[in-house]
Design a protein around this ligand. Sequence first.
Ligand SMILES: [Zn+2]
Length: 411
Amino acid sequence: MKDYYKNMEDSWVEFVSKNIRAQAYSGEEKATSEVFMQAMEELGIEHFRDECGNVVGVIRGEGDGPNVLLTGHMDVVPEGSIDAWSPYSPFEPKVEDGKLYGRGISDMLAGLTSEFFAFMEIKKLVDAGAKISGDLIFAAVVYEEPAESIGTIYLMEHTLPEHGLDVDLCYLGEPSDGNLAIGQRGKIELVIEVYGKVAHSSAPQEGINAVEKALPIMDAIMHNFGSEPLVHEMGKTSMVITDVVVTPGQKYSCVPDYCEITVDQRYVPPMTIEDTVSRVQKFLDEQKKKDPELRAVVHPRMNKRTCYTGYEAEAAKQHPAWVTGKDNEYVELTYRTLKELGQDVEKIYWQFGTDGSVICGKYNIPTIGYSGAMMSQAHQAQEHVEIDRILDCIEGYTAVLCRLYGLDMSE
Ligand SMILES: [Zn+2]
């Protein structure tokens, strides 16, 4: 790492510490958003907040691109048991032995602020007279952690088009151990509702027991509908029942007339979100032919969320699978540039969900994950990063952007 980046340590720690202290649970990202807004205001960067609370900055380019989006989420998961954090404190950042501790630092304040620091470096070069050939956009989004991508869906559907912004390439600063993440398995939470007929449990023959009707469905799910899992380089499909709710339930002496089965389905291409629903539907249709009494429906889990701006959205609990080809020109350029800096980098697939599902999975924009934060630290107690790996990452992002725009980063 060049001294120039090593010397950013204090300013980076100070900046990201404000984000840790902001305690930005999903739906409570306002204070974190202010940190980015204020910095962009001070630097004279075009910036705005959208209706759902995403914060966007733009350095306008001229020429034939590429238009690059640097993005990540501001929200953090709850800290869990405070005892498990001792002697650290989740929202009081602490530096010790070259590490910075705090909730959300790995997932993903370190990656997000690495992107932002590189973004500010490009602004300095542009202010000094450099020209960039495409727009450089920074977007810190809300509401990623509940796995519904409300912030990124809003960004892609409304905010960027309404500001005349196109994206050719996206970098996502979720933790990657300094590697390049080029895809992930898809995830969807399916709900199967099975209906019966309520009756007194002393006379079960008078009712239709929803649990009994649900049993063959659960059995089929546990056996993946009799087929082998689909295998891809990024992993394989899996399906598991994560919850069963029965009503009226144990409080009453009733034959239950309702059973709700929750299924976590992970899938890989070429399977799609639609396929995950339709294969359950197909099984239900076949089952209904055998058992005319069966009444059951399947649908993705929908949740209603309210952003800190008051914006409300209903979103499916899903992350479509996505993959950016290993030999994609931008993956190659990024890989080569980081190798030239001496970074130890590999192309990997993420095992967890990210907003790449929207940007690449839905909008087909090549997406590359890169952060010096450790994947193993995400959502953990005593969450931390190695500060030098993050400074490497700021250098990496800056070098890649300079390469993409043909700028000289030698000073
Ligand atoms: Zn994350």
